[in-house]
Design a protein around this ligand. Sequence first.
Ligand SMILES: Cc1ncc(COP(=O)(O)O)c(C=O)c1O
Length: 406
Amino acid sequence: MTTPDWHRIRQDFPLLDRQVHGKPLVYLDSANTSQKPAAVIAAVDEFYRQHNANVSRAVHQLGSEATALYEGARKTLARFIHVHPDELVLTSGTTFALNLVAYSWALPRLKPGDVILLSRMEHHANIVPWQLVAERSGATIRVAELTPDGALDLDALRKAMTGEVKILGLTHVSNVLGTVNPVADICREARKRGIITVIDGSQAVPHMPVDVTAIGCDFYAATGHKLCGPTGTGFLWGRREHLSAMPPFIGGGEMIREVRFEGSVFNDAPHKFEAGTPNIAGFVGLGSAANYLQDIGSAAIQTREAALLAHAMEAMQSIDGLRILGTAPDKAAIISFLIEGTHAHDLATLLDLEGIAVRSGQHCAHPLLQFFGVTATCRASLAFYNTHEEIDTFVAAIHKVRKLLA
Ligand SMILES: Cc1ncc(COP(=O)(O)O)c(C=O)c1O
């Protein structure tokens, strides 16, 4: 594998050239949303300039082009995560994808006494839909706990997989801790026990090779805007037999074959889950993003980000009173931290004045922060387009800001 030219690759991202508060931007918030390469911006622009029409409705040339581009994006995404395109539902993001599984697969099947097993480190998008369907079905939620370093307690998880558990919802990578969960092993265990696995891949797909078929889950969701693609895009992969057995979630145009007032005949999956006009330009952009990342190579991205993470973890050791949440052995480039005597929001606000964008708050993961006994953290999340120099700038800025807050 030849090493990509990371300096040149960074130049693909026009926004990274800008200044913030008179300082060069250091963007360390990619777990929130990633920046977009020029190729993605150009693909969206080209769609609106040359091909804009609705999909699957018009027989005219533009309609055929738009449909081909939209379906082409589905195929590209399917290739990217190693699944069949007929099993890939295009959604507005992970949140919609997980709600689709909860309402369409789980709700009709759950009954009182059933258990939905969720890990402590889930994003609210993989907690709240389950709470809503649990309330309506009489099922209950059980929590798989963590070890103090923020890894999943695998022994406890195994013990928690009892006969009543019908569904396991698990994030592939924690958006707060960076913990990478051994999802393939866990899905194998779950499958033996007849538990349906729903994996949230939002923080995994952008940062490492993901072969969904090899993972062996039942459903896998991810969001496009963290994957160098436009906002309002994402997907749900589901095993063909599940998608075929699931009723539509949202009704309307595009998802039907025939409508009579006596009743409607629905389209096949994945189209039966894609009611209404989709975010066509967004998916054209997301397809372009997947091609872009494929050209760099997900394995190369993973290696690059591991080096950036190692540099950051080492450089941050110079900060007095530093507490890092999440030090599991298998960790992606996400660093949640606190500094004694400073509030996360104050720190993030002052870092912003230095041109440095980090996120502060609860990261849509209240139960996880409760586990660590904190109300907010700062989070620096890295991507392959960051540089070692930016990490040094970030750490130097923390030292400066610290003095101001002392
Ligand atoms: C792990 C994880 N799951 C789900 C989501 C929700 O994604 P979206 O808001 O794009 O639907 C996020 C976004 O922050 C996330 O990090």
